[in-house]
Ligand binder design. Structure first.
Ligand code: S3P
Length: 433
């Protein structure tokens, strides 16, 4: 995919449904009683992996590849032993959250995924699940998938997550639904809380207080309809593109702005970005707004501490945008970037350097120095390592860079945003040159 410099972005779009919420709507719908009608579902490869896993466990799911899904809930005890190894594809969310659910079932199961998933750390779920009494093991003994799970009796735990992670927290919440007694989970900083909100709405006995969540099993889950809000992590690419491209003025409709996810808005505003929230409302228990973004003169900032989980997936994009900001941007406390779909610290640094940026990698982030100005980057060949967020972040860089940028594996955007390139196209006005 070749990207050329755009003169500006103008127009209104609706980004696809939130990936995290789409996963959870299917997962919790599957173990609830009744029928869930899900609209605004993200038809990305990751969420389709989740649908396929539950179909393999006998759940009746009506889905034809679009944005509507009907899940006929099997109830907490209605899942069936899968005949095959569950294939989670590229999805860490599917792998980790389903593992917690499987730990509480009275059948044997195994799950795996693609080459990236088979390298991602699973010790973070294996250890606390074992502490709950689970029989779970990494088949190759390397603390990665494939994972094998045998039936066992679970009991509640009180657990302090060493690193904030919504996938680990949600994994343990799923196991807790099948455990004897209360489970209490604390994390260093609050990660996305979609699982907690959805479980509460479905009738679970769950209470969140700051960075602590308590859940007591026993209540059945009742299915409900859900209109999934637009994904702020997908919206972020257009926010970034509009902020760095002179003359831009765009509106993104129906974006989820849950405070555990809105770090990108806070940081872009802090950098001097013009982001206006309009039409604030609630959809399916999640706060939603339309966001108008205009090109702005940006300055550097420091990003660290408790805000990191609220923008973890946006950090590659923030690094790109920082190259257009006056001064230094320091990103710290984000060592988790090394164990995402790729090593995002290494790849962001390599690719931004190839585009001529002044970036230094750190153990837990990066430092970017820039003099701002209209065109600080030049086009380059981008190694995206089939990581969707790297491909989209550098497509944005290419829109504002001099010359031509080549994204090596553009198809990987279908993990979270199949229509990304056509949506970009619908907003941008190319230079005639
Ligand atoms: C997600 C949690 C985050 C995030 C991922 C989606 C989720 O991962 O990076 O893209 O849906 O729970 P971690 O839990 O590893 O921080």
């Amino acid at each position: 995919m070749k990207i050329k410099r755009a003169s500006k972005l103008n127009g209104i779009i609706r980004v696809p449904g939130d990936k995290s919420i789409s996963h959870r709507a299917v997962m919790l719908g599957a173990i609830s009683e009744g029928t869930s009608h899900i609209t605004g579902f993200l038809n990305g490869a990751d969420c389709i992996s989740t649908i396929n896993c539950f179909r393999s466990m006998g759940v009746d799911i009506e889905y034809d590849g679009g944005t509507s899904v009907v899940v006929h809930g099997a109830g907490l005890y209605g899942l069936k032993e899968p005949r095959e190894i569950l294939d989670c594809g590229n999805s860490g969310t599917t792998t980790r959250i389903i593992s917690g659910l499987l730990a509480g079932q009275d059948f044997h199961s195994s799950l795996t995924g693609d080459a990236s998933i088979r390298k991602r750390p699973m010790k973070r779920i294996i250890e606390p699940l074992r502490a709950m009494g689970a029989d779970i093991a990494s088949v190759n003994g390397n603390d990665c998938a494939p994972l094998r799970i045998n039936p066992s009796k679970l009991h509640g735990i009180s657990y302090d997550l060493p690193i904030s992670s919504a996938q680990v927290k949600s994994c343990l919440l799923m196991a807790a639904l099948y455990a004897k007694g209360e489970t209490v989970i604390r994390e260093p900083a609050l990660s996305r809380n979609h699982t907690e909100l959805m479980l509460k709405a479905m009738g679970a006995d769950i209470v969140s207080l700051g960075t602590e969540v308590r859940i007591v099993p026993g209540n059945k889950l009742t299915a409900g309809d859900m209109d999934v809000p637009g994904d702020i992590s997908s919206a972020a690419y257009f926010m970034g593109a509009a902020l760095i491209t002179p003359g831009s003025d765009i509106t993104l409709e129906n974006v989820g702005i849950n405070p555990t996810r809105d770090g990108i808005i806070r940081v872009f505003r802090d950098m001097g970005g013009s982001l206006e929230l309009q039409n604030l409302r609630t959809s399916a228990g999640e706060p939603v707004a339309d966001i108008r973004i205009r090109h702005s003169a940006l300055h550097g900032t420091e990003i660290s501490g408790d805000i990191i989980p609220a923008l973890i997936d946006e950090l590659p994009l923030i690094a790109v945008v920082s190259s257009f900001a006056e001064g230094s941007t320091v990103i710290k406390d984000a060592a988790e970037l090394k164990v995402k779909e790729s090593d995002r610290i290494a790849l962001v640094t390599k690719n931004l350097k190839a585009m001529g940026a002044d970036i230094e990698a750190a153990e837990d982030g990066f430092i970017i120095n820039s003099h701002g100005g209209p065109h600080p980057l030049k086009g380059a060949l981008i190694d995206d390592a089939a990581d969707h967020r790297i491909a989209m972040s550098f497509a944005v860089a290419g829109l504002a860079a001099d010359g031509e940028t080549t994204i090596t594996d553009p198809e990987c955007v279908s993990i979270s945003y199949p229509g990304f390139f056509s949506d970009i196209d619908s907003l941008l006005v190319h230079n005639p040159q």
